[in-house]
Each structure stands twice: as C-alpha cells, then as structure tokens.
Design a binder for this molecule. Structure first.
Ligand SMILES: Nc1ncnc2c1ncn2[C@@H]1O[C@H](COP(=O)(O)OP(=O)(O)OP(=O)(O)O)[C@@H](O)[C@H]1O
Ligand SMILES: [Mg+2]
Length: 317
C-alpha cells in the first residue's frame, strides 16, 4: 500500500485571543485526514472553519500547536519533498506590472528550472491555463478569472505531484469557475493529486472524488459527495397530468400548476401512489428520485454547530 498523498494526524492550531491574548481558541482541532494519491479532494467548510489554517500548516507557513502531517509519505518539514508540491494561496497577490510570462519566469527561477527548459515550460503552462495569447500583457490588465488562471499556472509550473489550492474558484463567474474546474480535471488526468478548499458546494460536488467537511475547526464528514448525502431518507417526485376534477385524496398533498401536478412521496409508497394516480385517471409524466444535495448536508452540519455554540454560550453565563 502506498502512503496517502497527504495525511494529517491530530493536526491542531491554537491562536491566542481576547484581553492580553490570555484566551486560546482552536482554529483547527485534532484534524485526522487523508488525501489519496490521484484523487481530487475538496475541503469544504463555512467562513472561518479552518480551511486556510490547514493549508497553511501543510505549506509550513504557520506551525502546529500539536500534531503532524505528511505529504507524499514524508514529514512536512522535509524541504526537498516540497519541490513536488504546488500551492495557490487564497487571494494571491502578484506584482501587477509584470506580465504572466514574466511572473512565471520568476517562479521558474525560484524552482531552479534550467534556462533551456524555462521558456518552453512557461509557454506550455500559459497554454494549459488558456493564457497563451495574454502572456505578454501586464497582470494589472487581467480580469479576475485571468489572474486566477495565472495563479494556477504558477502553482503547477514545476510539475508537482501534489497540488494544493486555497479557494481557486472564489470570486469567479460561472465561466471562470468552469475554466478552473477544467484545469483541475486536467491535473487529475495527468495523475496528480489535487486538494482544494472551497465553499462553492456545487463545484465540489461536480469535481471531487471525495470531500472533507470542516466546521468550527473540526472535521465533520469525509467521503464521496453522493455517499455523504446518501445517508438522508430518499423520496421520489412524481410529475403528472390530470384534467378535470378529481376527488383523489393524494391531490391535496400535490403542488398544482394548471393541469400538472408535482407530488413527493417516500420511496416505500411509490408504487401504491402510482396505482392510485392511475386509478384517478392521471397521466404520469415522470418519476424521479429526489437526491439530497451536498448543500443540504452541509447546512445541517453548520446549523447544528451554531446551535451547539449558542448552547455553550448560554450555559457559560
Ligand atoms: N493569525 C490568526 N490569528 C488569530 N486567529 C486566526 C488567525 N488566522 C486565522 N484565525 C482564526 O482561525 C479560524 C479559522 O480561519 P481560516 O482562515 O482557517 O478559515 P477558512 O476556513 O479558511 O475561512 P474562509 O472561508 O473565510 O477562508 C477563524 O476563526 C480565524 O479568525
Ligand atoms: Mg480561507
């Protein structure tokens, strides 16, 4: 068995706060998480959940109060290992009088790429992120989407095995998000491991093999999106047409638009309901399973967390 691409063990970060910094607050509490090799892993959580804290810990920009983490089977203190890691910070700031090609050249030098391969690699990267015709334009003239793609190019310039992206889709319109999604999918096809944080749940649902949900500094669920939401009770929505008056009691529960109706029934009552509708002369137009979304799963967790926090506050007074 190969080691997970990223692995954290009891990773904890405590920040002092309050009067004279006398109080301590956990931004991240005992995180145990694995990102498998070759997967796209989404790290989702509301604002302040601890996503950036985790990513900064992995990148050694801050240091843990407790716990450890490994990337590619090596401790994160291993500087050589970090050559195989690409990183896009949250809201990156690049000197905006540089062009994208100049920015990438700067990073290529930091990564010790020899002069002979630099030019070709930079062109390839610009092409990969769809900036091949904009490489010579100064970043200050870029749109937000273009800047984000330049940031992605920076993160993958040195052909890392593991790519860690903090909110790569934030602030982008649907087109920009799609472009970033396509780049991420391309990375997966090249066999790279991608971990990214986001609070755009539909993007996570579309892209990720697995997601980790973090709320209030604690990991609250890990798994494939459909697996996470699958724990909810399933229902079926029946869409049917019925002309004229009918006394069928089921109709009281349905939503009506003209002669068309929508009715949600628990899975166990599906066939019985269809029989009743047919007996009443209804024409069934469709019957489809109502799938709980990642958003519902997420909102339930966040609401439960808020309720708990409120209860703690009240009892503490
Ligand atoms: N340098 C710091 N000093 C004190 N507290 C901090 C510091 N950095 C982060 N925190 C706190 O840690 C918690 C987690 O922050 P973090 O930035 O990891 O959240 P996040 O999940 O990335 O949120 P967002 O979606 O807003 O980016 C927050 O409550 C934040 O206020
Ligand atoms: Mg963040």
């Amino acid at each position: 068995m190969t080691a997970p691409a990223i692995e954290t063990e009891n990773l904890t970060k405590e920040y002092p706060h309050g009067f004279l910094n006398l109080k301590k607050r956990n931004s991240l509490e005992g995180l145990n998480m694995q990102v498998e090799t070759g997967e796209i892993f989404g790290f989702i959580g509301p604002n302040g959940a601890g996503k950036t804290t985790t990513i900064k810990l992995l990148m050694r920009l801050i240091f843990p109060t407790a716990g450890t983490a490994r990337i590619l089977g090596k401790p994160i203190s291993d500087i050589d290992m970090h050559r195989d890691v690409g990183y896009l910070p949250e809201q990156p700031y690049f000197y905006d009088y540089l062009s994208a090609a100049e920015l990438l050249d700067y990073f290529a030098r930091i990564h010790d790429l020899p002069a002979t391969v630099r030019k070709e690699r930079i062109e390839k990267m610009l092409q990969k992120v769809g900036l091949e015709t904009a490489g010579k334009i100064q970043l200050r003239k870029y749109s937000k989407g273009m800047l984000q793609r330049a940031g992605m190019a920076q993160a993958i310039l040195h052909d890392p095995k593991v790519v860690i992206l903090d909110e790569p889709m934030s602030g982008l319109d649907p087109i920009g998000r799609r472009e970033v999604r396509d780049i991420i999918l391309g990375l997966k096809h090249e066999g790279k491991t991608v971990m990214f944080s986001t609070h755009i749940l539909s993007d996570a649902e579309m892209l990720c093999d697995r997601v980790g949900v973090i709320v209030g500094g604690k990991l609250r669920g890990v798994g494939a999106p459909e697996q996470l939401v699958g724990v909810k009770a399933k229902a079926t929505e029946i869409f049917f047409e019925l002309t004229g008056q009918s006394a069928a009691p089921l109709l009281a529960k349905a939503t009506r638009t003209g002669d068309r109706y929508r009715l949600q029934v628990p899975e166990a009552e599906l066939y019985d309901t269809i029989d009743q509708l047919r007996a009443a002369g209804a024409k069934i137009l469709s019957a489809a399973q109502v799938r709980a979304t990642l958003e519902e799963f997420f909102m339930d967790l966040v609401e439960a967390d808020r309720a708990q926090a409120a209860a703690v506050e009240v009892s503490g007074k």
